[in-house]
Design a protein around this ligand. Structure first.
Ligand code: ZN
Length: 243
C-alpha cells in the first residue's frame, strides 16, 4: 500500500504552494483520493491520471477538505464525460456542496453515504470509518490493504483518538493543527496530543499533518516526537511513502 500526500495545510493554504488536505492511497490497481482540499487536485495530477482513480472519499464538509471536488466534477462531466464515479461522503454533503453547481451534479458522481463504524471494500482496499470529535459530521478513515493498515484521523478534537481503531497500526496520519501552548480551538489536536494518542495506540509510525499555516513545522515535529516517544514524520505535498 502506498500513500502520496497531495496537500497537508490545515484550514487554509500555506505559502510555497502548500495545498490543503488531500491524500492518494494506492494498492494494485486501486487508487482512492481521500479529501479534496484546495490545491490537492493539481498535485494529484502529478501522480495519477484522474481517469485512473477508483473512488473519492470526503471526510467532512469543511472547505479545506472538499474545495477541489468541483474541479474533478468539471473534468469528469465536461472533459471526459465520465458517469457514476463513486464519491463517498457524510450524509447531506451532496446537497450542501450542490449550491455551487445549481444543485445539479448531473450523472457525474455516484454519491454514497458513509457512517460511523461502517466498513466498505473498494477494489483492493478496505475502509472503515469512525466519527471524530469535530463539529460537522466528520469521519476518520482506516485503510487496509496488502496486509498493512493506516489510519487517517481527518479533523478531530481530543475527545476522539486513534484508539477507536485496533492498536499497532502501521501508520497513523494524524492532524496536529496547533502547538499545545497555543491552541486556538478545541475542535483540533495539538502536536502533543497527536503524539500521545498515537503512542497510546501503539502506532508503528506517526506522520503529522493539517498544521495551522502559521505554526513552525519543526516545532510541531519536535513536540509530537516528545509525546510519541519516537521520531515523527511530517506530511509535505508530493511525499510518497510505503505503508
Ligand atoms: Zn475541519
Amino acid at each position: 500500500m502506498e500513500l502520496t500526500v497531495l496537500g497537508c495545510s490545515g484550514s487554509f493554504g500555506a505559502a510555497q504552494a502548500n495545498a490543503c488536505s488531500g491524500y492518494l492511497v494506492r494498492s494494485g490497481t486501486t487508487a482512492i483520493w481521500i479529501d479534496c482540499g484546495g490545491g490537492s487536485f493539481g498535485n494529484l495530477q502529478s501522480h495519477i491520471d484522474p481517469e485512473d482513480l477508483t473512488a473519492v472519499v470526503l471526510t467532512h464538509e469543511h472547505p479545506d477538505h472538499v474545495a477541489d471536488i468541483y474541479g474533478l466534477h468539471v473534468l469528469m462531466r465536461y472533459g471526459i464525460c465520465s458517469q457514476n464515479f463513486p464519491v463517498y461522503a457524510p450524509e447531506g454533503l451532496p446537497t450542501q456542496l450542490g449550491a455551487l453547481v445549481h444543485n445539479d451534479w448531473g450523472n457525474t458522481f455516484d454519491w454514497r453515504v458513509i457512517s460511523d463504524n461502517q466498513k466498505i471494500v473498494i477494489g483492493d482496499l478496505t475502509l472503515t470509518f469512525a466519527r471524530t470529535d469535530h463539529p460537522p459530521l466528520t469521519y476518520a478513515v482506516q485503510v487496509e490493504g496488502d496486509g498493512r493498515r493506516m489510519i487517517y484521523t481527518s479533523d478531530t478534537g481530543p475527545k476522539w483518538n486513534v484508539g477507536a481503531f485496533a492498536p499497532e497500526a502501521d501508520l497513523v496520519l494524524s492532524e496536529a493543527t496547533y502547538l499545545h501552548s497555543a491552541k486556538l480551538s478545541e475542535t483540533h489536536l495539538s502536536a502533543h496530543e497527536a503524539g500521545l494518542a498515537a503512542r497510546t495506540a501503539k502506532a508503528q509510525r506517526l506522520m503529522i499533518t493539517h498544521l495551522w499555516p502559521r505554526v513552525d513545522a519543526n516545532d510541531a515535529v519536535a513536540e509530537a516526537t516528545e509525546s510519541f516517544g519516537a521520531p515523527v514524520e511530517f506530511a509535505t505535498p508530493n511525499l510518497v511513502t510505503s505503508v
